[in-house]
Design a protein around this ligand. Structure first.
Ligand code: 15L
Length: 270
C-alpha cells in the first residue's frame, strides 16, 4: 500500500488519524470540504465535495487505498444525508472503480444496528436495524461496498465504529468505546490484510461490556489495547448526571433510538 486517501480529514476522527497515521504510508492524501484549520506544511490536502462526481474522481487519481470517513457523522435531516452519505458515497465507490483503487475502508457505525436491545449480543450476520436516517446511510454504505467488492473486486472493509474518544464518557460508551490506536489497527487490517475481500468488523476496543461479537476482526488479527472498563468510575459518574431515557437506555443506539421515537409497541427484547 503506497498511496492512501483519508476523506473527512477535518472531522473528529480524521483529525486524530492525521496524527496517528502520519508517515505510515509513502503517500497520504487528505480531503474534506473545508481545509483543516491546523493543516501542517508537510500534509497533502485536496478539498472536494463528495456530491461532485468529477471532483471525487480527480481526488482518487493515483490512490491505492481509501479510508472513507467523509460525510455526515451524526443524525441529520434527510437532504444533507442524501447528498453526502448516499450520493456522495456512490460517487466515491464509482470513482474508486473507474480509477482502479484497490481497497476501501468505510467508516460504518454502530447506528446501522442501533435498534438491537442492549441485553442482546450481536455479530455480523444479523440483519441491520438502523436507528436513524444516519444509520440507514451506514447500512446503505455497507451494502454498496459489498456490491463493489463482489462485482468489481474492490477489497472493502466496513468498520461499525462505536465511539472514538480518549476514554468512554458514559455507560453506553463503556460498551462501544474505541481507543484511537485500536481504530488505526483496524484500518491497517482493511488496507493491508491479504485475505480481505468484503468484511464487516466492529470498531470497538476490548470492552468487558461489549454488545458485539467481534470474532471476524480477531480472526483477521485485531488485538485491541483499549479496555473500556478501566474508565468505569468516571463513565458511570458522568452517566449519573444524564437524564433517564427509557428507550435510549434500552437499545444499543442510545439517543439515536429515542429521538423522534413514537412507536406505541413494547420495546423489543430480542
Ligand atoms: C457515531 O456514529 C457518531 O459518528 C459519533 O459522533 C457518536 O455519536 C457515536 O456514533 C456514538 O454512538 O457514540
Amino acid at each position: 500500500m503506497r498511496s492512501v486517501l483519508i476523506t473527512g480529514a477535518a472531522g473528529g476522527i480524521g483529525t486524530r488519524l492525521r496524527k496517528l497515521m502520519k508517515g505510515m504510508y509513502p503517500e497520504i492524501r487528505l480531503s474534506d470540504r473545508a481545509t483543516p484549520k491546523d493543516l501542517k506544511a508537510d500534509e497533502t490536502f485536496v478539498a472536494a465535495d463528495l456530491a461532485d462526481p468529477a471532483a471525487v474522481e480527480r481526488l482518487v487519481e493515483g490512490i491505492e487505498g481509501i479510508v472513507h470517513l467523509g460525510g455526515v457523522s451524526v443524525e441529520d435531516a434527510w437532504e444533507p444525508i442524501l447528498q453526502s452519505n448516499i450520493i456522495g458515497l456512490y460517487n466515491l465507490f464509482e470513482a474508486a472503480r473507474r480509477k482502479g483503487v484497490k481497497r476501501v475502508v468505510f467508516a460504518s457505525s454502530n447506528h446501522a444496528v442501533g435498534f438491537y436491545p442492549r441485553q442482546r449480543k450481536i455479530g455480523i450476520d444479523e440483519p441491520v436495524r438502523p436507528d436513524s436516517r444516519y444509520g440507514v446511510s451506514k447500512a446503505f454504505g455497507e451494502a454498496l461496498g459489498a456490491l463493489y467488492a463482489h462485482k468489481h473486486g474492490l477489497r472493502v472493509t466496513s468498520l461499525r465504529i462505536g465511539n472514538v474518544d480518549d476514554q468512554p464518557v458514559d455507560k453506553r460508551r463503556l460498551s462501544i468505546w474505541l481507543k484511537p490506536e485500536d481504530l488505526v489497527q483496524l484500518i491497517r487490517i482493511g488496507l493491508e490484510h491479504p485475505d480481505i475481500r468484503c468484511e464487516i468488523m466492529y470498531g470497538v476496543s476490548d470492552n468487558e461490556r461489549a454488545w458485539f461479537d467481534n470474532g471476524n476482526a480477531f480472526r483477521l488479527g485485531y488485538r485491541p489495547a483499549g479496555r473500556g472498563e478501566e474508565s468505569r468510575e468516571a463513565a458511570l459518574a458522568a452517566q449519573a448526571k444524564l437524564p433517564l431515557d427509557p428507550i435510549g437506555d434500552w437499545y444499543q443506539g442510545g439517543t439515536f433510538c429515542s429521538a423522534e421515537y413514537d412507536n406505541p409497541l413494547e420495546p423489543r427484547r430480542d
